[in-house]
Design a binder for this molecule. Structure first.
Ligand SMILES: [Zn+2]
Length: 125
């Protein structure tokens, strides 16, 4: 029995919805694609009467983090939580703007390394 010498692999149906778990080629291609893009996030503000207000952070349909405001106005800080496959990352920021930047950078770094298999909206760099 001889092994085919054609350089291309036999026809295979690739999982375009979950390229990270399909095969090494799809995994590599997906990471290369992610390196040239940034996730697009969406925030939902949640106002709760007896709890500090917080923001839910989404990438597509996936809930990926929360930003929780601490303290009264003027001296407030934000607790940043980014969910990941390997455990949540907890950070702190001095303003909502910093909190968002921190959460986005943290998520994006892990996303580029192949975390988060679900596909969300992205934009070209
Ligand atoms: Zn594949």
């Amino acid at each position: 029995m001889t092994v085919s010498s054609t350089p291309t692999s036999p026809p295979k149906r690739h999982d375009t919805k979950g390229p990270l778990t399909c095969c090494p080629r799809c995994h590599k291609a997906e990471l290369l694609g992610r390196a040239m893009r940034r996730p697009v996030f969406r925030y939902d503000k949640v106002d709760a009467a007896e709890r500090p207000s917080f923001y839910d952070m989404f990438h597509g349909d996936q809930h990926v983090g929360t930003l929780t405001r601490r303290g009264s106005s003027g001296s407030s800080t934000y607790d940043v939580r980014v969910m990941s496959d390997t455990g949540d990352v907890e950070l702190m920021a001095g303003s909502l703007r910093d909190a968002r930047a921190l959460a986005e950078e943290t998520y994006t770094a892990q996303w580029r390394e192949g975390a988060y298999t679900a596909r969300g909206p992205v934009r070209e760099l």
